[in-house]
Write a protein that binds this ligand. Structure first.
Ligand SMILES: C[S@@+](CC[C@H](N)C(=O)[O-])C[C@H]1O[C@@H](n2cnc3c(N)ncnc32)[C@H](O)[C@@H]1O
Length: 274
């Protein structure tokens, strides 16, 4: 296993071990309770950028303090998102919510508060250590309406047309097949259902050395789509009424790179036709 913060080689990237690099990184995040890099907007201050940033800092930045009161420190400890999709959604009592790349479960637990006992929440993540952590957190929080499944967002382990609302927080940028992810979201949403996803995107193509760096990929930057391409994938999958709900800078301009200002975190909503 690679060390947190280690720079992956180009050979590893070319060998197709990117998925393993993502799992290694997020196993370390789960085990050490620290955030992945690339989590920090200019407006957020200087505390949370970098692999060793405590995730409680990330959670404090992304979420309302009232929301965090219902969580345990462990549930906040692996927070590695770049937005607040559940906060920008209108999840209603009784709904079924799916969180793609649920990590330690933070957005699932916040969704569970909103949908109540008559609703339910499903988290899907491909990293064993994250699913284990999320399940432990669910026990500590007595979150009886939340389940966590091991699985990939490119092949969601759920039946067609079963979900009211799909959320995701800083995950689709990590996928090597984003078209497939949006096709899968369309498949499992009920007719008239919607998604609200937060993700890293860029406003101009990043240099080749960034896009071909596995280290940048696992930090959600190397695989970040151009915003226009990202929105185009949603349309291609059939979604309608696509709206950008938030759009903020994500890399400090003082980090020494000339592409920093092109990296953004967006939260986007789209609807499956009735
Ligand atoms: C940046 S973390 C975000 C975790 C969580 N959404 C949060 O806000 O704290 C990315 C998560 O997505 C998971 N992940 C990445 N690619 C995935 C894929 N293709 N299928 C399923 N899970 C994936 C990782 O294991 C990790 O837990």
């Amino acid at each position: 296993m690679t060390k947190l913060g280690e720079v992956y080689s180009r050979e590893e990237f070319d060998a197709g071990s990117l998925e393993k690099a993502v799992q290694d990184r997020y196993t370390q995040v789960a085990e050490r309770g620290v955030a992945a890099s690339g989590c920090c907007a200019d407006d957020f201050g200087s505390g949370c950028c970098g692999e060793d940033a405590p995730s409680a800092v990330v959670a404090d930045i992304l979420y309302e303090s009232d929301d965090l009161e219902v969580l345990t420190p462990e549930a906040m400890a692996a927070s590695a998102g770049c937005g607040n999709p559940i906060g920008l959604s209108d999840a209603k009592p009784g709904e079924t919510v799916l969180d793609l790349g649920s990590g330690g479960g933070i957005d699932c637990f916040l969704a569970a508060e909103r949908v109540g006992d008559s609703g339910n929440v499903i988290g899907v993540d491909m990293t064993h250590a994250m699913v284990d952590l999320a399940r432990q957190n669910a026990v500590k929080l007595e979150a009886h309406n939340v389940v966590f499944k091991l699985g990939k967002i490119e092949a969601i382990p759920l039946q067609d047309a079963t979900i009211d609302l799909v959320i995701s927080n800083c995950v689709i940028a990590l996928s090597q097949d984003k078209d497939r992810v949006f096709d899968e979201i369309y498949r499992i949403l009920k007719p008239g259902g919607r998604f609200v996803v937060s993700d890293m995107v860029v406003t101009e193509e990043l240099p080749d050395e960034i896009r071909s760096s596995a280290e940048e990929w696992v930090s959600c930057v190397g695989g970040a789509d151009l915003l226009s391409r990202y929105l185009g994938r949603m349309e291609r999958s059939g979604f309608v009424n696509i709206e950008i709900l938030s759009n903020v800078p994500m890399r400090s301009r003082s980090d020494g790179t000339d592409y920093a200002s092109a990296v953004r975190s967006v939260t986007v909503r789209g609807w499956r036709r009735d």
